[in-house]
Design a protein around this ligand. Structure first.
Ligand code: 13P
Length: 252
């Protein structure tokens, strides 16, 4: 099956309102007519302003995280219902910065996955090993554990709303990208985990993104790998000039 390529920009905790709006405007212009799937995930406080710029474009609005619970007494949290209300279509869950800076564990991430699905949001579920895991050769095992726990209780039908982002933690924000071969090897193993957990058909259909210092210089080679279906981009998503070429490669 030919999977549509998917390029997502995770803006993390960057930008001010004017910069967010300007970047969104620039991307709407640059991505016009391109045929892959595109998403940008601004900080919560700029979601609404960015939505106003992209609502009639081919760019989907994403959130970087979400609460595991419904509306109620949860100081500081943002619910799936609130995100949907302002135009968010998809949510990034289980990012390594959430796992390691904010102590999110697989159980919480799985709860968030179900909360997102209950509210009809798409999910980008992030997984990935630390360099200490890679050194001792347990990369694929770690990814499998994160997939199994993150997707626990998710049906094959619901899986259609989920993409997986393989982001080796040692490659995030470091300028050290996994080589296309290293990334491909893990992507193929992620796909085989999905085949075992669900079915070969589900494995063939699922979108698996690579994230970790992906940029205009290395994107083409990464995207050429058979199991790399797109990218989750941090640093290079913060400027239209650096994000656009990646989107263009994906559209070929
Ligand atoms: P960088 O592209 O800055 O390495 O970030 C990747 C990432 O964490 C995207 O979610």
């Amino acid at each position: 099956m030919a999977r549509t390529k998917y390029v997502a920009g995770n803006w993390k905790m960057n930008m001010d309102k004017a910069g967010a709006v300007a970047l969104a405007k620039g991307l709407v212009e640059n991505l016009k007519g391109l045929t892959a799937k595109y998403m940008i995930a601004p900080p919560f406080v700029y979601l609404d302003a960015v939505y106003q710029e992209i609502k009639d474009s081919n760019i989907i609005l994403g959130a970087q995280d979400m609460a595991a619970t419904e509306n109620g007494a949860h100081t500081g949290a943002v619910s799936a219902v609130m995100l949907k209300d302002i135009g968010v279509k998809t949510v990034i869950l289980g990012h390594s910065e959430r796992r390691y800076e904010f102590y999110e564990n697989d159980t919480l991430i799985n709860k968030k996955v179900h909360e997102a699905l209950k509210n009809d949001l798409d999910v980008v579920l992030c997984i990935g090993e630390l360099s200490s895991h890679r050194i001792v050769g347990v990369t694929e095992r770690i990814c499998e554990i994160q997939i199994r726990s993150g997707l626990e209780g998710v049906t094959e039908e619901q899986l259609a709303k989920i993409s997986i982002a393989y982001e080796p933690v040692w490659a995030i924000g470091t300028g050290k990208t996994a080589t296309p071969e290293e990334a491909q090897e893990v992507h193929a193993s992620v796909r085989s985990v999905i085949a075992r957990l669900y079915s070969p058909k589900a494995a063939d259909a699922i979108t698996i993104l690579y994230g970790g210092s992906m940029n205009a210089g290395n994107a083409e080679a990464l995207l050429a790998q058979p199991d790399i279906d797109g990218g989750l981009i941090g640093g290079a998503s913060l400027k239209a000039d650096t994000f656009t070429p990646i989107c263009q490669f994906a559209s070929k």
